[in-house]
Ligand binder design. Structure first.
Ligand code: NDP
Length: 291
């Protein structure tokens, strides 16, 4: 019997509707409209497209967005100066610096310049550090990892004591997902490119999060029957039958793994839509905290 398909698109849509409702309520109460500033440095087409989607999503839920663009030649001091101006701007509740930054810029320096109260992407070193510490709470959690946990909880309300395996240890996905799972009291194993016997490790997982960027790497015989599988990967594979000549697949061989898993996210339509929904939610929370 096939596992439950976790409908990330519908879950993200519900979250966005709730953000829209709460935003309208704030404005009705006479509070300032929540605002997100996006900072795009350089002309990377993928980054331009992500920023465009984020601004569109803000407009849909009634959050103001303020777009700032700097040339790829901008200096570290110029980028940090802009960030500091946004820190001081009362109309801006959240600051999103689109990553990756062009070569030559120090990402950690720029992220550190963001006020932690406006760090809606959750990448400020203080927020990440608090995420890793027992008894400390980050003000914001990175959006894709937060989306992963939100999806998991729709099918496993308590992750306490679950054996969780995370494939990938990147700063933006794998590591924060693992830290969040630890905070949920799961027992977590983190795998990476030097790990040995991935199939054997994955077979022990009650919960599997795949974030490696390798098309359909996780096969059905890796997965414990009934496990919950969240697939973060977004990979292009050639497909002459599609108008664009490719299709998107995850890190999990969806068609075969869905026959074994208890629940699974599809790609597209799983984790992907959650990232922007979480960004909107974080911006609303920042606005509420600012009063
Ligand atoms: P990175 O390339 O930064 O990290 C990949 C991680 O996977 C690394 O830790 C790497 O190990 C590990 N890895 C790579 N190959 C293997 C392998 N063969 N076996 C075991 N581990 C391996 O990727 P990201 O974390 O940024 O992204 C991962 C995937 O998630 C991508 O497909 C990306 O497109 C997608 N993504 C989706 C988002 C969304 O849905 N909104 C947002 C962000 C990413 P090591 O550390 O040893 O190099």
């Amino acid at each position: 019997m096939s596992g439950t398909i976790i409908d990330g698109a519908a879950i993200a849509q519900a979250l966005r509707a709730e953000v829209a409702r709460e935003t309208a309520e704030l404005i009705r109460q006479g509070k300032t409209q929540p605002g997100l500033a996006t900072v795009l440095v350089g002309d990377n087409p993928a980054s331009q497209s992500y920023v465009k989607s984020k601004k569109k999503a803000c407009a849909e839920v009634g959050i103001a967005s303020f777009g700032y663009e700097l040339p790829a030649t901008a200096s570290q001091a110029e980028v940090e100066k802009l960030v500091k101006e946004l820190n001081a701007d009362p109309h801006v509740n959240g600051i999103l610096v689109q990553l990756p930054l062009p070569r030559g810029l120090d990402e950690e320096g720029v992220l550190s310049a963001i006020s932690i109260e406006k760090d809606v992407d959750g990448f400020h070193p203080v927020n990440i550090g608090r995420l890793a510490q027992k008894g400390r709470d980050p003000l914001f959690v990175p959006c894709t990892p937060a989306g992963v946990i939100h999806l998991l909880k729709t099918v496993v309300p308590s992750l306490e004591g679950a054996n969780a395996v995370v494939l990938g240890r990147s700063n933006i996905v794998g590591m924060p997902v693992a830290l969040l799972l630890v905070r949920e009291n799961a027992t977590v194993t983190i795998c990476h490119s030097r790990s040995k016997d991935l199939p054997g490790i994955v077979r022990g997982a009650d919960v599997l999060v795949a974030a490696v960027g390798r098309a359909e790497m996780v096969r059905a015989d890796w997965v414990k029957p009934g496990a919950v599988v969240v697939d973060v990967g977004i990979n292009r594979v050639d497909d002459a039958t599609r108008p664009k000549g490719y299709r998107l697949v995850g890190d999990v061989a969806f068609e075969e793994v869905k026959e074994v898993a208890g629940a699974i996210t599809p790609v597209p339509g799983g984790v992907g839509p959650m990232t922007i929904a979480m960004l909107l939610n974080n911006t609303l929370r920042a606005a509420k905290a600012a009063g």
